[in-house]
Design a protein around this ligand. Structure first.
Ligand SMILES: [Zn+2]
Ligand SMILES: [Zn+2]
Length: 100
């Protein structure tokens, strides 16, 4: 019996910059739909469910990891300060703090 590899990638295509409205993390994935038919997402950092409509406005500039050059994820937001974590975490444990 032949088993075809399923496409793992398509879930996140083109939606990398959606942010959780609760914690500002941009690490989320699709989590079904709301009753109104909108795409629902769930935040990996705080487990909050949200839709794209109430996500944080996206910011284009994200720092690149100083160790491996990959774009970084927002890890935590504080007033005046955003911490980023390398997308290769836990393989790469680089952090960057950006003052606003
Ligand atoms: Zn969150
Ligand atoms: Zn890195």
């Amino acid at each position: 019996m032949t088993v075809r590899a399923t496409t793992i990638k398509d879930a996140e295509t083109g939606e990398a910059a959606i942010r959780c409205p609760a914690c500002g993390s941009d690490v989320s994935y699709r989590y079904g739909k709301t009753a109104a038919g909108k795409a629902r997402r769930i935040c990996l950092m705080c487990q909050r469910q949200f839709t794209i409509d109430n996500a944080w406005p996206t910011r284009p500039q994200r720092p690149l990891c100083p160790a491996c050059g990959q774009p970084m994820h927002v890890y935590r937001r504080q007033p005046g300060l955003t911490r980023y974590r390398c997308r290769n975490y836990p393989r790469c444990k680089s952090y960057v703090k950006v003052e606003e």
